[in-house]
Ligand binder design. Structure first.
Ligand SMILES: Nc1ncnc2c1ncn2[C@@H]1O[C@H](COP(=O)(O)OP(=O)(O)OP(=O)(O)O)[C@@H](O)[C@H]1O
Ligand SMILES: [Mg+2]
Length: 236
């Protein structure tokens, strides 16, 4: 158990007003350092599960443990702190601030995350230098780094979103279908870079997609429909 980055027990979740359970998951464990692909069709509840793991929504029945913390036992403030410090989230739509530069978006990730800043300080790098270095590794040159996010291509925005998630080495990187807008070559290259960076800073990766062809890249594939005992009732 001590090697677990995420554990989930007897999770039951339904959206407010919904007639039926969206998720009913007896058990899931993701060990530190794993690269897990969470797969399932559109509408099966992948993003819902991620939002529960990140403490964005709350599940009353059941237990979710992230990086040694039982989310149900944390105050809102502690939850916000844990999310800021230990979870790097790459959203389906990237959610960059359009009027900030690429590097500005990345730096913002650690503004409210003292543990992430401390890890950078321990390495002896400034936030700015670390953000630039990550963007460089992910393939954004100096000029692109200074562009406003709203002027970047989709592929560039995705790399900025990845750098923002990775900066300051959070324990868990959650990626919600960040490759769906990319062609195959860009997608493969992005995955390679994402894995390299996760390895370099020993972050655990939970990557969501409905694309079965990505499976060989990962150390484990979790099919949400096999995990989720409410799955039959979610079929439309
Ligand atoms: N904020 C919300 N309020 C109410 N219902 C929601 C909310 N978000 C999602 N749902 C419902 O939960 C179900 C699962 O949605 P979710 O977004 O988790 O699926 P998904 O597997 O991520 O799909 P996709 O592959 O299309 O992103 C859907 O039926 C959706 O309508
Ligand atoms: Mg989704």
């Amino acid at each position: 158990m001590s090697n677990a980055c995420v554990t989930l027990n007897q999770l039951k979740f339904s959206w407010p007003g919904a007639q039926r359970l969206q998720l009913d998951i007896p058990q899931l464990q993701i060990d530190t350092g794993e690269r897990v692909l969470l797969r399932g069709p559109s509408g099966s509840g992948k993003s819902t599960l991620l939002s529960l793991l990140a403490g964005i929504h709350k599940s009353k029945p059941g237990q979710i443990n992230v990086h040694g913390h039982d989310l149900g036992k944390l105050s809102q403030r502690q939850l916000d702190r844990l999310r800021a410090n230990e979870i790097g989230y790459i959203f389906q739509q990237f959610n960059l601030l359009p009027y900030l530069t690429a590097v500005g978006n990345v730096e913002l990730a650690v503004k409210f995350a003292p543990a992430r800043r401390a890890r950078l300080a321990q390495r002896g790098v400034s936030v700015r230098a670390a953000a630039q270095q990550l963007l460089q590794h992910l393939g954004l040159d100096h000029n692109s780094q200074q562009q406003l996010a709203q002027h970047l291509s989709v592929g560039q925005q995705q790399r900025v979103a990845a750098a923002r998630a990775l900066l300051g080495a959070p324990a868990l990187i959650i990626a919600d279908e960040p490759t769906s807008a990319l062609d195959e070559a860009h997608r493969d290259n992005f995955l390679k870079l994402l894995f390299q960076e996760c390895d370099a800073q020993q972050s655990t990766l939970l990557f969501v997609t409905h694309d079965a062809t990505l499976a060989p890249y990962f150390s484990r594939v979790v099919e949400l429909e096999q995990l989720n005992q409410a799955a039959e009732s979610t079929h439309v």
